[in-house]
Design a protein. Structure first.
Length: 79
């Protein structure tokens, strides 16, 4: 079985280690770009809400927004 490339968008507050998760998911073979304020289209991508476990309540607004917009999503809790 051949599996094509997957598309995922990592969202979350600054300093929740989205870059670390990205590197682990891609085995550091993909290129990442950090562009604050950049808007991207993610209608067809799986959305991963990255939440810092030490500030969980702060990250809940990100999760709530994903739920309200009815995106296909998962939540990654990072420490």
């Amino acid at each position: 079985m051949t599996v094509g490339p997957s598309e995922a968008l990592l969202v979350g507050h600054p300093n929740v280690d989205k870059s670390v998760l990205f590197s682990r998911l891609t085995d550091a073979t993909a290129v990442e770009s950090k562009c604050p304020g950049t808007t991207v289209s993610y209608a067809d991508a799986l959305v991963v809400g990255v939440v810092d476990a030490t500030r969980f309540e702060r990250g809940l607004n990100v999760v709530l927004e994903l739920v309200e917009r009815e995106f296909e999503h998962v939540v990654a809790v990072n420490m």
